[in-house]
Design a binder for this molecule. Structure first.
Ligand SMILES: NC(=O)c1ccc[n+]([C@@H]2O[C@H](COP(=O)([O-])OP(=O)(O)OC[C@H]3O[C@@H](n4cnc5c(N)ncnc54)[C@H](O)[C@@H]3O)[C@@H](O)[C@H]2O)c1
Length: 328
């Protein structure tokens, strides 16, 4: 039974607390947050203890491993603190706000060889994972084009956007990892940023984006993002190869199709957001973390996957600002 210390009791902290509690191989020991009442509210829900002292988590006797759900600028210091304490860590994405911070992290981790997993949960989505398995088995031949549609139902609060690193590092980072999952190392990045939402006009960030990535072989990934999808959380993936294609459509709460005098074949709207849509993915991600910790091996995705996705995000930002294609 892996005893978990959860750091950061916000949106994704709630998702992981639920996932840990539902997993027979783990137990939620403690929830820590700089706001003690926020930590206590989440801990109480699952019968864990709570703490407002983050540092105490790294030395706690009842914590075997940590899940880092703190704001992005704190991922590097929290990964480092866990590594120094000898506690495996599952850290939320992105690994850091800047590539330079990852460079420093590598230096600081030298000689520690910690178990660190990055929370790119979409690799563990049953449908996306099934597509990956089929691609690896050669079902569609050589991959030529990957198409990723990833639209959020609503933008996060502006205060969150301001400290998130922007759309490419905060939101598209998942899609950059998905692109790497199918194409490997990315060679070029081009991007168009959109400012179409008047409500976010003063946020200093894009509210939509189209990004094209290519690998050294010339295979491409096209990513379409929006922060305001009226029909819900729109998450689709297609992989096109020389022998065919594989398509994962949106999930819905039920498969019921309703037909009436007003409409035919109407279905439930898409899942509302990440908690529901990727519940199975978070559970499978946690299984992989638990199994890696139990077996003492390094899980995938790890810090270097986080670093590679972050480099693409930085290049996408430059590409959108300058209109140039960036070679990595
Ligand atoms: N994988 C996913 O699907 C996914 C989804 C959402 C967010 N995230 C990532 O998770 C991280 C948190 O995002 P969120 O949406 O939960 O944010 P949030 O603002 O809802 O929650 C962050 C929490 O961290 C706490 N906090 C602040 N400073 C802290 C500190 N020094 N130590 C510990 N806790 C501290 C805050 O009080 C807050 O409760 C971000 O890096 C984000 O990119 C990942």
């Amino acid at each position: 039974m892996l005893r978990i210390g959860l750091i950061g009791a916000g949106r994704i902290g709630h998702v992981h607390a639920r996932s840990v509690t539902a997993n027979p191989g783990a137990t939620l020991s403690v929830v820590a947050d700089v706001i003690p009442e926020v930590a206590a509210a989440l801990a109480d829900r699952y019968g864990a203890r709570s703490s407002g002292d983050i540092d105490s988590i790294f030395t706690a006797d009842d914590v075997d491993a940590v899940i880092i759900c703190s704001p992005t600028p704190l991922h590097v210091p929290h990964i480092l603190a866990a590594a120094r304490a000898g506690k495996p860590a599952l850290s939320e994405k992105p690994v850091a706000m800047e590539t330079t911070a990852v460079d420093q992290l590598r230096t600081d981790l030298a000689g520690l060889d910690p178990i660190v997993m990055l929370g790119f949960n979409r690799r563990f989505d049953p449908s996306f994972h099934a597509i990956h398995t089929a691609v690896e088995a050669g079902e569609v031949g050589t991959v030529e084009q990957v198409t990723i549609i990833s639209r959020d139902p609503a933008a996060p609060p502006k205060e969150y956007i301001a400290v998130s690193g922007g759309i490419f590092k905060d939101m598209t980072i998942h899609d950059f990892d998905t692109a790497r999952y199918f194409l490997g190392d990315i060679a070029t990045v081009s991007a168009v940023g959109q400012n179409l939402d008047p409500g976010l006009a003063d946020s200093g960030d894009f509210d939509g984006a189209i990004i094209t990535l290519t690998n050294a072989r010339g295979a491409s990934a096209t990513i379409t993002n929006s922060r305001h999808c009226a029909s819900g959380y729109d998450q689709r993936l297609e992989v096109f190869g020389t022998q065919g294609s594989l398509l994962a459509e949106n999930l819905r709460p039920t498969t019921v199709r309703r037909s009436t005098a007003e409409y035919t074949e109407a279905q439930d709207p898409y899942y509302d957001f990440f908690l529901e849509r990727y519940e199975a993915a978070y559970a499978a991600e946690l299984n992989e973390f638990i199994s890696a910790v139990t077996q003492g091996r390094h899980p995938t995705p790890g810090i270097e996957d986080g670093a590679a996705a972050l480099r693409i995000a930085e290049a996408a930002g430059e590409a959108a600002r300058t209109g140039r294609t960036i070679a990595l």
